[in-house]
Design a protein around this ligand. Structure first.
Ligand code: ADP
Ligand code: MG
Length: 316
């Protein structure tokens, strides 16, 4: 059975197969997603992350264990990626407002000011009391680069506990978990979005069982000014949308939380740095699409991607 939900500005598609309790599962998942929204959605004024942001530079806020642990993972990744992924990106996201209509390139002084507030080292975590404090006024957290993966993992944990053996969890087309195999016993075939085309148009198919796949790209949300595309993945070092020859990155394997962070982080790096970074990670593979429509991949993906669009070239 299929169900579409709309939560945290994301279209969520769930497909459960061979299970006559689907309706009960859909209800449980919807409740779970509402709880996640209350924890980590900074746009939700009742959320824990919103409370932390409101109290920036002033006081520490007590949070749930789930939020605390997710922030811990976010900070570990910020260190590991040398700040390419930074959960304190909030001031820049608020300034650029990409995807909210009426956008324009902000004044460079404002960009520099917002940039100076982005630094994961200024997030003060107190494990004993489960509190989080932002050291400086004006700082803010934004978990848009990890939240969908986190939600997908929690949904998958629930479905595993309920012994659902065949399912697809799809958050916004960017964080996808395939559970088990198709009811027919075949592997799932997941379509990879063509970065230049309407949503749903694919450039390749990849076959998987029981795996996670996550994509980030400069095509998801953007605006144009003077012929330049300004998109929603920001480089904390420059304060601008990334501009490094990459159109998108797809990560396969790991938890969906890992894959969501990694796809964003690697878009911030360039092809060379991102490829070197991903090659030293175990059990996680990456596929990169460059602006000249070439597709590069880590060795573990060779032979697994079926190109369905001739505008692209696989670099084997
Ligand atoms: P999608 O939302 O399509 O899955 P991503 O997973 O790449 O895309 O997340 C992009 C979101 O992450 C942005 O909308 C913003 O909220 C946040 N973000 C942007 N740049 C960064 C960054 N350098 N580090 C962490 N989060 C970021
Ligand atoms: Mg994502």
């Amino acid at each position: 059975m299929k169900k579409t939900l709309y939560k945290f500005a994301t279209v969520i598609n769930l497909k459960l197969y061979g299970d006559d309790e689907s309706e009960r599962h859909f209800k449980a998942v919807e409740k779970m997603l509402d709880d996640i929204d209350q924890q980590i959605n900074m746009s939700n004024k009742d959320s824990e992350i919103h409370a932390i942001n409101e109290a920036a530079g002033k006081k520490a806020i007590k949070v749930s264990k789930g939020t605390f642990d997710l922030m811990k993972v976010s900070i570990e990744y910020a260190k590991d990626t040398q700040g390419a992924f930074d959960p304190s990106i909030g001031p820049l996201v608020s300034l650029w407002k990409i995807g909210n209509g009426g956008e324009h390139v902000p004044d460079v002084n404002l960009i520099n000011q917002a940039k100076s507030l982005v630094n994961y080292k200024d997030i003060i975590m107190d494990e004993a009391n489960l509190t989080i404090k932002l050291a400086k006024e004006g700082m803010s957290l934004d978990l848009g680069g990890i939240g969908k993966g986190y939600a997908a993992d929690l949904v998958a944990d629930y479905l595993h506990e309920e012994q659902v053996e065949s399912a697809i969890i799809d958050l916004g087309g960017s964080s996808i978990i395939a559970i088990g195999r198709k009811p027919s016993g075949e592997q799932w075939r997941i379509g990879l979005q063509d970065p230049d085309r309407e949503r749903g148009e694919q450039l390749a198919l990849i076959q998987l069982d029981n795996e996670t796949i996550d994509s980030s790209g400069v095509y998801e949300r953007f605006f144009m000014e003077n012929g330049v595309r300004y998109h929603h993945i920001l480089d904390p070092k420059t304060g601008f949308p990334t501009k490094n020859g990459l159109k998108s990155v797809t990560i396969i394997g790991g938890t969906a939380t890992d894959a969501d962070v990694l796809s964003t982080a690697v878009v911030v790096m360039d092809l060379e740095e991102g490829m070197a970074y991903m090659k030293q990670k175990q059990n996680v593979e990456a596929m990169f699409i460059t602006e000249d429509n070439r597709i590069y991949m880590t060795p573990g993906l060779k032979g697994k991607i079926n190109l369905t669009n001739t505008r692209y070239t696989l670099v084997e």
